[in-house]
Design a binder for this molecule. Structure first.
Ligand code: ADP
Length: 353
């Protein structure tokens, strides 16, 4: 059940291509984050779905209807912005009722729907206040109520939590997720915060310079990143580069590293990604498990953070690696130690550069 479909959408400002050939779809009831660095085109894509920006080419459809030429107000979308965008001279209730009035819903019907929307965002009875009498978090709840009251078929959120402090932000994340689950609304959420994308969404689309480089469940992207950029943008990653020899990768020092994804023909240069928590240090004197990859490295620094340790290491080929270890037995391997690392080929992923 596809709700929102974007086909071959492109947008250029002056000479600068901002989105190139975006084709993707958002299934009914899904919560998708558009995640990428500043300037990657996230907001532009969201605004094209909303109708605030017209694409140079391509199509947008909502609920099976082509809305490419449909104005914002006729698309039946709910939108929440980073800066709340509430009308300061209107009461909370008037703000929430705004979209209803434009749809001809007035009087008792409007009053009831506004109160229901305020209850949903846990602000019952706040209708008579002015926005400036509310905290930032409460204002954002009003903005959410205003977006939801019209019963949109899609909810579009443009960094709605980034103006809030950390605690409020986490509280709002929980609220947002609850409301989204309760209403089953197809939601598209713009963020540059990977943790937020991971915890909120059932799908993440990673944008890099106007292109979606990967889209999938957070765990799918984390465990199977397709590109170096995706691997780095969602979580931490180690990269090992070498030459393909019989389906494995031979590093500059001759170490063979096996992996679980296709990596190209013999002789080609390949880059492998390994998450830092997937690697471990082989105990002194122990024989490494032959089913695992092994690699010699030198500890360059240890970052002690109580329950966890981060080791910064370098390989013989001068590649820098990170290793995350749980502080289970209080052992800290000092800087300058030579160690053997091991990890599973199943956690070794070939990535495009
Ligand atoms: P993001 O949301 O990922 O930070 P945007 O979609 O806001 O990215 O912007 C993508 C690129 O488009 C940026 O380089 C930005 O400077 C440029 N851009 C956005 N809006 C305009 C505009 N109205 N005119 C010219 N350039 C713009």
């Amino acid at each position: 059940m596809t709700n929102v479909e974007v086909s071959s959408v492109a947008k250029t400002y002056g000479q600068t291509p901002v989105l190139s050939d975006i084709t993707t779809s958002f299934t009914e009831g899904s919560f998708t984050s558009l995640l990428g660095p500043s300037g990657s085109g996230k907001t532009t894509l969201l605004r094209i779905v909303a109708g605030f920006i017209a694409p140079d080419s391509g199509k947008v459809s909502i609920g099976g209807n082509d809305v490419t030429d449909t104005p914002v107000w006729a698309r039946n979308i709910g939108m929440v912005f980073q800066n709340y965008a509430l009308f300061p001279h209107m009461s909370v209730a008037e703000n929430v009722a705004f979209g209803l009035a434009r749809r001809g819903i007035k009087g008792e019907d409007a009053r009831r729907q506004v109160e229901q929307a305020l209850e949903m965002v846990r602000l019952p009875g706040y209708g008579t206040r002015r926005p400036k009498q509310l905290s930032g978090g409460q204002q954002q709840r009003v903005a959410l109520a205003r977006a939801m009251v019209i019963r949109p078929s899609v909810l579009l959120l443009d960094e709605p939590l980034s103006a809030l402090d950390r605690r409020l932000r986490q509280e709002m994340q929980v609220e947002l997720l609850r409301i989204q689950r309760e209403t089953g609304l197809t939601t598209i959420f713009v963020t540059h915060d990977q943790e937020e994308a991971l915890t909120l969404s059932d799908r993440v689309a990673i944008l890099d310079r106007g292109k979606i480089v990967q889209i999938g469940a957070p765990s799918e992207i984390y465990e199977r990143p397709r590109t170096k950029f995706a691997a780095q943008f969602l979580g931490d990653a180690n990269f090992l580069t070498g030459t393909v020899v019989s389906g494995a990768v031979k590093l500059a020092d001759g170490t063979m590293v096996r992996c679980s994804t296709p990596i190209g023909a013999d002789g080609a240069t390949a880059t492998l990604a390994v998450r830092p928590e997937k690697m471990s240090v082989v105990k002194d004197g122990a024989a490494p498990d032959p089913s695992l990859n092994v690699l010699k490295a030198m500890v360059r620094a240890v970052i002690y953070a109580g329950p966890a340790l981060t080791y910064v290491l370098t390989t013989a080929a001068e590649e820098e690696l990170k290793l995350f270890a749980q502080n289970t037995d209080g052992t800290i391997i000092p800087s300058g130690s030579e160690v053997t690392l091991s990890w599973s080929p199943a956690h070794t992923i070939g990535v495009e550069n």
